[in-house]
Design a protein around this ligand. Structure first.
Ligand code: ZN
Length: 448
């Protein structure tokens, strides 16, 4: 196929800049004007497109390239809303999409307008360079842009699942949620998210006698809460490996540049339990790895007290507990209670999410992404990945769609950490890599 990628690249940059220019800070979101812009570009290319309006000023765009129906469809998913900005902390206008020193800056450049632009360009390129050249697709290709991902999806994916299930009749989806990480020495790996941790809110409440602050009381609820939190802060859940994390560490151990960590990864997944424990101990010191080998417990808010001279009867804290798929929150609660054997302390689950099955790491879609990545970058290692953060993919997995999270833009960790932060930016070369990765993955999985 003689695709002139320089033309596609110029259009990708223009599209991402235009998308960043629509302020879709959620709340309130206001995704409708951006949705109209995207729908316009798809329709102009002759692609069947629908604009759905879940609520005033909110929207979803669904477009479809028809295949011959011999296989079930594949979806390209991205969300249109972004998180807010602290303008004075940015070195440029967060809604202008300025290109500087090889980076494109703007709120959403990584999360998730970068992928939205890459998905749109993959879709347009498939239409122009595949369908319009008379090549038959074996699957429908569905483009979906959603609203309201950043605040839970009531006007986004949840609404679509509840009201337009028929539009989600696909076998596979590609979404955000993975990583294309550039590490020490320029080595690279693509972590394809096949599962995610499940988020729960747990309250810890301390009770004690109320009274005048002039008479100190030993059972003061705030001190009691403090003692409980100190114990919880030192507590670690047991190591739990899943099929996804076993493969993740096994494959990563073969390319990891730091020797001690590489050995720890291999030890962790070995059959030798002493070695496995040793490996876990070393990896537990690295927060991002620690978070994928055990249920995570983070204290996030604390409440208590009414006045500076009053001992309150109650004080409480919220723990965000993220469980590994297959681990029950009830079992975690039992262990938390055992960790704090104080009758004045109680634990309760205030909110919890449902499990979603892991997506198949041996599917045609996973293989297509892996093959495309290695064709574009022969030294890339591809691994399945359990993400610690949540995405819309959980909704899709629960209705039987194998969903794969990729952040298709090769980045070093510090750049990646700018998402939701200040001066969010995507390397321009990585944006183009990601567009090609998505295009090639879809072309492979839908070739007749
Ligand atoms: Zn996102």
């Amino acid at each position: 196929m003689g695709i002139d990628w320089s033309v596609v690249e110029a259009e990708t940059i223009a599209q991402l800049q235009a998308m960043i220019g629509f302020d879709t800070t959620n709340p309130p979101g206001n995704e409708l004007p951006l949705a109209q812009h995207i729908a316009g570009a798809l329709e102009l290319a002759g692609i069947e497109t629908r604009l759905l309006i879940p609520a005033p000023e909110r929207a979803a765009v669904v477009a479809r390239l028809k295949g011959d129906g011999s296989k079930r469809g594949v979806m390209l998913l991205a969300h249109m809303d972004v998180v807010g900005v602290e303008r004075d902390k940015w070195s440029c206008d967060p809604f202008s999409g300025v290109v500087r020193d090889g980076y494109l800056y703007g709120r959403g450049a990584i999360d998730d307008k970068g992928m939205l632009a890459a998905n749109l360009m993959a879709m347009l390129t498939l239409k122009r360079e595949v369908v319009d050249r008379g090549i038959t697709l074996s699957r429908d290709i569905v483009f979906l842009a959603t609203a309201d991902e950043e605040t839970g999806g009531a006007f986004g994916m949840r609404w679509l699942v509840d009201n337009h299930r028929d539009l989600l009749d696909v076998e596979f989806a590609i979404n955000e949620g993975g990583r294309t990480r550039v590490i020490e020495g320029g080595r690279r790996y693509l972590a394809i998210q096949t599962a995610e941790k499940i988020s729960h809110m747990v309250t810890v409440t301390a009770r004690g006698p109320a009274g005048h602050a002039a008479i100190p009381l030993e059972d003061n609820a705030i001190f009691r809460l403090g003692r409980a939190l100190a114990r919880l802060g030192d507590y670690r859940e047991p190591v739990t490996l899943t099929e996804t994390t076993r493969r993740f560490f096994e494959l990563l151990s073969r390319m990891w540049p730091a020797d001690e960590e590489a050995r720890a990864m291999a030890d962790l997944v070995s059959r030798d339990s002493a070695a496995s424990e040793r490996g876990a101990e070393i990896l537990s010191r690295i927060p991002v790895f620690n978070a994928v080998i055990r249920n995570g417990i983070s204290a996030t808010t604390i409440t208590g007290g009414v006045a500076g001279n009053v001992i309150p009867a109650e004080a409480s804290a919220v723990l965000n507990v993220r469980t590994i798929p297959g681990n029950s929150i009830d079992d975690v609660m039992d262990r938390l209670r055992a960790c704090v054997p104080d009758p004045g302390i109680s634990f309760a689950v205030a909110a919890h999410s449902d499990e979603a099955p892991a997506s198949d790491p041996d599917s045609a879609m996973f293989k297509a992404i892996a093959d495309a990545a290695i064709e574009l970058d022969p030294v890339m290692t591809v691994v399945p990945y359990l993400s610690t953060g949540g995405t819309d993919s959980a909704h899709l997995r629960r209705i039987g769609i194998n969903s794969y999270g990729i952040l298709p833009f090769p980045m070093e960790q510090p750049d990646e950490e700018r998402m939701h932060g200040h001066d969010e930016r995507v390397p321009v070369a990585s944006l183009h890599f990601g567009t090609r990765l998505i295009f090639e993955s879809i072309r492979r999985v839908s070739s007749a």
